[in-house]
Ligand binder design. Sequence first.
Ligand SMILES: Cc1ncc(COP(=O)(O)O)c(C=O)c1O
Length: 432
Amino acid sequence: MVNTTIKTTKSQEIFTAAQNLMPGGVSSPVRAFKSVGGQPIVFDRVNGAYIWDVDCNKYIDYVGTWGPAICGHAHPEVISALHAALEKGTSFGAPSVLENVLAEMVIDAVPSIEMVRFVNSGTEACMAVLRLMRAFTNREKIIKFEGCYHGHADMFLVKAGSGVATLGLPDSPGVPKSATSSTLTAPYNDLEAVKALFEENRDQIAGVILEPVVGNAGFIPPDAGFLEGLRELTHEHGALLVFDEVMTGFRIAYGGAQEKFGITPDLTTMGKVIGGGLPVGAYGGRRDIMSMIAPAGPVYQAGTLSGNPLAMTAGIKTLELLQKPGTYEQLERITKKLADGLLKVAQETGHAACGSHISAMFGLFFTSGPVHNYEDAKKSDTTKFGRFHRGMLERGIYLAPSQFEAGFTSLAHTDEDIEQTLAAAKDVLSSL
Ligand SMILES: Cc1ncc(COP(=O)(O)O)c(C=O)c1O
C-alpha cells in the first residue's frame, strides 16, 4: 500500500506568506494550482527527473519547468558550462560569439530559420513576430486558433467565440478591443474555418500563427493534412505561416514540429529548450523577412538582456546534449511507455479517457474523445482531473496542475520512474 500522507507544513507556510506579497502568491498564474484545487508545493531544488520540496518530499517531475528541462534538471554538463560562463560575467549588452554559436545551431536545425533574433521569453518572441508579419505583408489581421497560447501580449489574448469562427474579443480586462479587433480565431484542425476567414477577409490577413502540436489546451496533435492545408492556404492568399514552436522546438524533434511533419513555415518562434532553463526566446525565418528587423531594417525590436551570455551558454550545451545519437529515440520510447500506460490504466479502472504523445510531449484527457480541438478538450472531467492530480502529488508524482496543459518527459526519466508513475496512477484511479 502506498503511503499517501505527505507533510507539507513548510510549503503551506511559505505559500501563505507569498499570497500577501505577490498576486495569488505566484509569479505566473498556473503555478497557484487554481484549476486543480489545493495548495501548491514550494520547490527547494531540482535534479534530473526529480523535484524536492521544502518539506524534503521527492517527486518525479513531468512539468520540467514547463518544457526547458528536456535533458533533465540541472544537467551536470549544463551546470559546469554555466559555472565557466559566470566567471566571465553575467551580462554583456554587446555582441558575443556565444550568440553566433547558438544562432548557427538553431539555423542548422530548424528548416524555416535562415536568420534568428534572440529575446528573453516566448511571449516576447511572439509579440515581435506579429509586428514583423504585419510589417512584411502590410496587412493587419491575423488568424490564431482557439486554445493556442502565444504568450500574454494583448493581441493574442483572445477567446474564440462559439460557431465556426469569430472576431476576437479580449480575454482579459485591460486589453482594449482595438488590440484584438484584428485577431481572427478558428477552431484548431478546422481547415474549412480558416478557408472561410480568408474568403471573408481577402487581402487583409497578414498570416496564420499556431502551435503545430498544441500543448496549451492539453496535448492535441494536428490532424493529417491540417498543416499542409494551412501551408497551401497561406501561399494562395499571400499570407505568412508562423509556427509557434516555443513548446515544440527541439522537443517534438531536433528540428521541431516542422521537421517532424515536413511543413516549412515562413517564420518560427522558439523559447524554453533553447535556453536550457534560463530565460530565452527567439524568432527566425526567411532571410528576406528577417532582414526587416532593426537595425538591418525598419521594424523595431530590442532588449537589454537579449543574447545574454548565461542563457546562450545553457542553450548551446543543451542543444549539444540533444545532438547525441539516440536522444530522440529514447525520448519517444520512454514517453510512449508512459502515455500508453496511463491510458491503459485509466481504461482498466473504468474511466473515460483518451490521450497520446509525440516524442517528449504527452497528454491524457478525462473524456472518451476524440479530441481534435479546444471544444473537444473542454468536455474533459476537470473535477476528476483535479482529484487525480492531488492523488498523484500525494504519491510523489508531479503533473502539470491543469487538464489543459501537456506533460513533458526528459532524457533523465528512467523505466523505473515510469513504472512507479503508472503504479501510482493505478492506485489513484482505482479509488476515484
Ligand atoms: C506555445 C507557446 N508560445 C508562447 C509561450 C510564452 O512563452 P513564455 O512563457 O516564455 O513567455 C508559451 C508558454 O508556455 C507557449 O507554450
